[in-house]
Write a new protein. Structure first.
Length: 255
């Protein structure tokens, strides 16, 4: 092909075979070129290819390029995720508010979500896996598990506060009581995704990002639930006690 200056350039190696067909639709001839992308994600490959073609190739009048296949499916999935992910986060927070009955405590438990997402991103970068639709699904799944662990930890704290215990003893005893349930939840989920994380066969490109995000997110979210969440909860409860904005019964899920 020739660029705008009339200089020949090579943008790809194309080998024509007997099976090549030129399709026609409404008097328009169409030639389909297929490519298998290996060692990188489809999105960045297509972006680079589009930039190179736009810079070095001038199409004749009446000609155009369309990028389809898995890239088109990726674009459609990303557009759907732009709606699905915010809706999921809103629903998770709404469920937390209904369960806890308090905005401050709901936000406290919801802090597990960003740390779980950070763990998933770090795991993807550590393994050199690009972001994909299956990875986005993994982020949604690990966010739900992280919030569930937070609720598991808050239950004994609620019970202790309802019985009249002070903040520090209630949080300390509640955290000790729920160490094993939280660890078991994270461990079982992580071990269940290990075969998918090390998969090399069919559909491994879908399984590995999903499992990697879930395992990495569970590691960081579990650390948050056991160590950081009790500290944040203590600060929130002490501040509300100091300001007197609500009674202990309402903060502690009074019956």
């Amino acid at each position: 092909m020739r660029n705008a200056a009339g200089i020949g350039c090579r943008c790809a190696r194309v080998r024509l075979q007997e099976s090549v067909q030129i399709a026609r639709a409404i008097n328009d001839a169409s030639l389909f070129i297929e490519a298998n992308v290996r060692g990188r994600d489809i999105g960045s490959f297509v972006d680079e290819a589009q930039a190179g073609i736009a810079r070095e190739v001038k199409l004749p009048p009446g000609s155009w390029l369309e990028w389809g296949g898995q890239f088109e499916n990726l674009q459609q999935a990303v557009q759907r995720l732009e709606i699905v992910v915010p809706v999921c986060m809103i629903l998770i927070f709404a469920a937390l508010y209904v369960a806890l009955g308090n905005t401050a405590l709901a936000l406290t438990v919801f802090t597990a979500v960003p740390l779980a997402v950070a763990g998933g991103v770090f795991a993807l970068g550590l393994r050199g896996i690009p972001f994909s639709v299956s990875a986005a699904v993994g982020f949604i799944a690990v966010s739900g598990v992280a919030v569930l662990n937070g609720l598991v930890l808050m239950a004994p704290i609620r019970r202790s506060l309802t019985m009249g215990d002070d903040v520090n003893p209630a949080i300390f005893n509640g955290a000790l009581e729920r160490v094993r349930p939280v660890l078991m939840t994270a461990l079982v989920a992580s071990l269940g995704f290990v075969p998918m994380a090390i998969a090399t066969g069919t559909s491994a490109e879908v399984q590995r990002p999903l499992a990697t995000v879930v395992i990495g997110g569970l590691i960081t979210s579990t650390a948050l639930t056991l160590f950081l969440l009790p500290a944040i909860c203590s600060l929130v409860l002490r501040r509300r006690r100091k300001t007197g904005s609500c009674t202990w019964e309402s903060v502690g899920y009074g019956e």
